[in-house]
Every structure is written in C-alpha cells, then in structure tokens.
Write a protein that binds this ligand. Structure first.
Ligand code: CP
Ligand code: NVA
Length: 304
C-alpha cells in the first residue's frame, strides 16, 4: 500500500478493493455496536483551507470511534494562514501527530505537504481531486450492485475535482464512465490524457441524456466549486440544461441510483424530485464517508 492517500492512480485495483472491503466490514461492526478501537493513541491533524461539513465531521468522529483523536486546524488560527511554509508545517506536524488530512486549493500544495511529511497524508479535497468522496461513492455503489464488472457510471455537469476522481477511479477499477459536460467545462487534459493512455473506458459527451443512457449510477455536483464563487453567473448560463432531472434519470437503467457529494443546489444541478426521490442514495453516500475514511486511516496507520 502507498504511504499516503492522495489520488486513486497511486493505488492498484486490488488495493482499492481491499480498502472498500474493510470499509464495509467497519460499517457492519459499527452497526452491531462492536468496539473497533484500532487506532488507540493515534492522532490526526485536519488542515482545512476551505469550508467543510462532511469531511470534518466524518474524519473527527471516525478517529474518535477508532479510539484516536483528531485536531481541527484552520488557517485563521494557525501560522499556516500567516504564511509559514508548507514544508515547515509538514515537518512540525509529523513530530506531533500520526497522520495529516488536508483540504486545500492546489494539488501541488498537497503533494508538497506529503513530500515533507514523515507521517501519512490524506487528500480531503483539492481543486483537482476529491478521492475520499469518490471512495464513499464507490462503497455506496457496491452496496447496490456488488462488483464493478459491467458497471456504467454517468457524470453530468462540471468537469471538476469530483469528475476527475471519478475518471481516476474508472481508470484503476475498470468500469465505464460517460461524462456530459458543456464546452469549456470539460475535465482537465492532465487527468483525461493519462486515463485514455491507460485504456480507461472514459468518454466525454455534451448531452446529459446520452451520458445517462443505460447507466447504473447517475451523479453530479455543484456548478461552481469552492473558490469559483465569482464565476457563479457565467457558470449558471453555461450549465443551463445540465440538471439531473426525471428526463435524465429515465435514460438510466431502471435500478440506477443517483449520487451527489453534497452540498447540493436543488433546481440547479439536480431537481428536487430526483434529489428527494426513491433512486437517490445521497444520505447513504454521505454516511459512507465515515466508514471508508476509517478504512483509509486504519490501512495507512496499521497496514490494514
Ligand atoms: N462532500 C464533501 O466533501 O462535503 P464537505 O464539503 O461538507 O466536507
Ligand atoms: N466540487 C465541490 C465539491 C464539494 C465537496 C467543490 O470543490 O467545492
């Protein structure tokens, strides 16, 4: 297993499936009320340069349930916000804590932190990727449809960090991914190029209904991600017609589920009807952040 959890392409298919199996096992144990204090005495520093509800709470509760402890660090009240270099922060934190989870802007900042850190670093979202969320999404998918074989996933909307992690997941796990994105908002070539070169079954189209045709999973995300608030109006214009509504879901397989990493904007990227409807698995998806991140922590800190 790699030392850090920064992106899917650092992992093999077998390693990702092992993490997902452990996540399912931890979920069962928690459901039965069985103690699983596998990280007694361990500490996690959680470095947030962007807002969060799910990531913060699921990591903090996860560490508590594993018998460890988590510390919330924000730029507002640490020296990071006053410009202390990442390489210094990484080396100092490594002397105190067992692992570091970071939510930041640039992937380069995350990689720099990982390079200088002597403890495992976990990607809690960057502008480029959001692998912990897509791990929770994959756990949710497997709960509905065991095995990734023959799986077809549709992404509708922005070619953003979530879309990029879905592409990397498709590359490593081998399922089919169709993304419907407007011109100018397609996934980055730095993600698509290597995926295509590796033979991933990934295709970008323009029409959401074309992407959704026969899909077992239809998923989307906000039109303006954190840090893009200034582009909100231009993005609303560009993404008109990219709402996952009843018409889009009608193209998918009858047993298809709808996923959204949350927070969601009803009436924009998803209709109220689909979001609150019987195919929506968004609350299980949010819950699975807890289980899958516990699996990542246990694996990085104890070797599985
Ligand atoms: N999906 C997700 O990462 O949510 P938060 O921004 O609330 O952490
Ligand atoms: N794409 C969104 C995901 C939020 C969890 C963002 O980066 O803001």
């Amino acid at each position: 297993m790699p030392r850090h959890f920064l992106r899917f392409t650092d992992y093999s298919q077998a390693e990702l499936l092992a993490l997902l199996e452990l996540a399912a096992d931890l979920k069962t144990r928690r459901g039965r009320g069985e103690p699983h204090r596998l990280l007694e005495g361990k500490t996690l520093a959680m470095l947030f340069e962007k807002s969060s509800t799910r990531t913060r709470v699921s990591f903090e509760v996860g560490m508590f349930e594993l018998g460890g402890h988590a510390l919330f660090l924000s730029p507002r009240d640490t020296q990071i916000g006053r410009g202390e270099p990442v390489q210094d922060t990484a080396r100092v934190l490594s002397r105190y804590v067992s692992a570091v989870m970071v939510r930041t802007f640039g992937q380069d900042t995350l990689e720099e932190l990982a390079r200088w850190s002597s403890v495992p670093v976990i990607n809690g979202l960057t502008d480029l990727l959001h692998p912990c969320q897509v791990m929770a999404d994959l756990q949710t998918v497997l709960e509905h449809r065991p095995g990734a074989e023959g799986l077809k996933v549709a992404w509708v909307g922005d070619g953003n960090n979530m879309a990029h992690s879905w592409i990397e997941a498709a590359q490593v796990l081998g399922f089919a991914l169709r993304l419907a994105c407007p011109e100018g908002y397609r996934p980055a070539e730095e993600i698509l190029g290597p995926a295509r070169a590796a033979g991933a079954d990934v295709e970008v189209v323009s029409d959401p209904r074309e992407a959704a045709a026969g899909a077992h999973v239809v998923t989307t995300d906000v039109w303006a991600s954190m840090g893009q608030e200034g582009e909100k109006e231009a993005r609303e214009r560009a993404f008109a017609g990219y709402c996952v509504d009843r018409r889009v879901m009608a193209e998918a397989a009858p047993e298809a589920i709808f996923l959204h990493c949350l927070p969601a904007h009803r009436g924009e990227e998803v209709s109220e009807e689909v979001f609150e409807g019987p195919q929506s698995a968004v609350w299980d998806e949010a819950e699975n952040r807890l289980h899958v991140q516990k699996a990542i922590l246990v694996t990085l800190l104890r070797g599985g």
